[in-house]
Design a protein around this ligand. Structure first.
Ligand SMILES: Nc1nc2c(ncn2[C@@H]2O[C@H](COP(=O)(O)OP(=O)(O)OP(=O)(O)O)[C@@H](O)[C@H]2O)c(=O)[nH]1
Ligand SMILES: [Mg+2]
Length: 495
């Protein structure tokens, strides 16, 4: 819009008497100013709306955001004035008052002077001069005292600020510690929940063995056995036990025991029951501690026997009991092994030390034990790759792992836990023998009892190895790994 046309538009909108040019110019100017302001406002709004596009596209998830230090409002601190500050303030006041009094006297003399004769005036003049000098000196001294008091006050304020900052820092530290304590408590609670998840009973885990395994046939024999027991019953017992998964040696021993004890007796069942209880009653340690610190457990076994799962379950139990646990990912052979252990570590609230894929397992385990010592953990559990007990080179590798654990912490490992898959039946006994010869096992975890009718293997293992079965696995949950209780075992099978 050109100025003349704007002018005519304005004239059309606003009636201007006789076309006064000054009013027209003012109106046009006002309108132009309004338009400029309007355009500026719109431009500014557009800029604000564009802003989000300029923001970073990467977003930190809340859990990854660096934790901010807690906000603490500094408390107000008031310190009493020092002795010197109070003294200087009082001194300044007195001197100021003195100076005022001297000035007042000066004024009195001035009045006197106006009425006095010449000699008297001269004397008054001299007196006045003296008063002036004194007043000036008092003022100067008052100023100096004030300055000294101010300097003292400044120091006091500084000390107040420092004290307030110290109290605020103390409070912030307290808050950080409180937050850490609450986080640790929450972690422990979580671990307890995982550990407390209801699991299967041993009886439920052994139900297949009882229903379908040798126990089913034994039960039939027990109820049909004549009294007194004769050779035909013993022959039948022999047949049942030899086809059970308890191993030939144990089967022979049990038959011999029955022959010696039960012939003529009326109760074959209680004879076998008591002998089985005697065989499986070996002293086991379920505390996951006692050695070290840290107590170190080396876990071994054939492929897929349940080592990593058992380690995870043991770690969860230990953290739930308030122990600090570190897992060593010594299975560097299988690519996903460390990740699998990592998941268990996370779930149990345990720490994890892992190496690169295909790293030397001994070096990873050595590092894990060293870290366990440095981090003052209570328990270190080292995983190892599954291996066939018949492969000499792999058994040599296991011996090396054991040696480096001892090197990292003299006296360790405090437990060598062999994990056996009970579905392997008698082969589990063969595995136990070979692993024992190679590295010397101290306890056994027998897994997957829930999926097999071969639960009788426990009897054979205990009888032949004289190594206690410490743990039995009856399912996938943490609570499904149960401390082995000989009495419970015998009750579950026979009663
Ligand atoms: N039903 C049942 N399954 C189990 C039990 N213990 C372990 N498992 C399962 O057995 C499988 C093998 O377990 P892992 O812990 O990976 O065995 P591993 O010995 O570490 O295997 P490798 O590392 O390959 O030698 C997994 O699917 C486990 O969930 C148990 O007591 N009952
Ligand atoms: Mg494993």
């Amino acid at each position: 819009m050109t100025t003349p046309s704007l002018q005519s538009w304005v004239s059309a909108q606003v009636p201007v008497e006789d076309g006064n040019p000054l009013v027209t110019i003012l109106l046009i100017g006002g309108l132009v100013l309004l338009m400029v302001l309007f355009v500026r406002k719109m431009w500014a709004r557009g800029k604000t709306a564009e802003k989000p596009k300029l923001q970073s596209t990467t977003q930190l998830t809340p859990s990854l955001e660096p934790s901010k230090p807690p906000e603490v409002v500094a408390p107000k601190v008031t310190l009493p004035p020092s002795e010197l500050e109070a003294q200087k303030k009082a001194e300044a006041e007195t001197l100021r008052r003195q100076a005022d009094e001297l000035k007042a006297k000066l004024a009195d003399l001035e009045a006197e002077k106006s009425k006095a004769d010449a000699p008297a005036r001269a004397a008054l003049e001299a007196a006045q001069q003296k008063l002036r000098d004194d007043a000036e000196a008092a003022k100067k001294d008052a100023y100096r005292a004030e300055k000294a008091a101010e300097s003292e006050e400044k120091d006091r304020k500084k000390r107040e600020r420092e004290e307030a900052a110290r109290l605020a820092a103390e409070e912030a530290q307290r808050k950080v510690e409180e937050a850490a304590r609450l986080a640790a408590e929450a972690k422990l609670e979580q671990a307890r929940k995982v550990a407390a998840e209801g699991g299967q009973t041993l009886a439920a885990g052994l139900s297949k063995t009882k229903r379908e395994g040798f126990m089913a046939r034994l039960s039939g024999l027990f109820s049909a056995a004549p009294k007194p027991i004769d050779e035909s019953v013993l022959a039948e017992l022999e047949e049942v036990l030899f086809t059970a998964d308890i191993g030939v040696k144990t089967a022979s021993r049990l038959v011999q025991h029955a022959r010696d004890t039960a012939k003529g007796s009326q109760d074959l069942k209680s004879v076998i029951r008591d002998e089985v209880q005697r065989i499986v009653t070996l002293k086991a340690n379920h505390t996951l501690g006692g050695g070290g610190p840290p107590h170190v457990i080396m876990v071994i076994g054939v492929n897929g026997s349940g080592k990593t799962t058992t380690i995870g379950k043991l770690a969860a139990k230990a953290t739930a009991a308030g122990k600090k646990v570190l897992l060593g990912a010594g299975d560097t052979f299988r690519a996903a092994a460390a990740e699998q252990l990592d998941v268990w570590a996370e779930r149990a609230g345990a720490q994890l030390v892992k190496g690169k894929d295909e790293a030397d397992p001994a070096s990873v385990v050595f590092d894990a034990v060293k870290q366990g010592v440095e981090r003052k953990v209570d328990l270190v559990i080292a995983d190892t790759a599954g291996r066939l007990h018949t492969k000499a080179n792999l058994m040599e590798e296991l011996k090396k792992v054991r040696r480096v654990i001892e090197k990292a912490l003299p006296g360790a490992p405090h437990e060598v836990l062999l994990v056996l898959d009970s579905t392997n039946g008698q082969n589990a006994i063969v595995q136990a023998r070979q692993f024992h010869e190679a590295v010397g096992i101290t306890s056994i975890a027998l897994t997957k009892l829930d999926g097999t009718a071969k639960g009788g293997v426990i009897i054979g293992i205990c009888d032949e190895m004289k190594v206690p079965v410490s743990w039995v696995g009856v399912g996938e949950k943490v609570a499904d790994l149960r401390p082995f209780d000989p009495k419970e075992f015998v009750e579950a099978l026979f009663d």
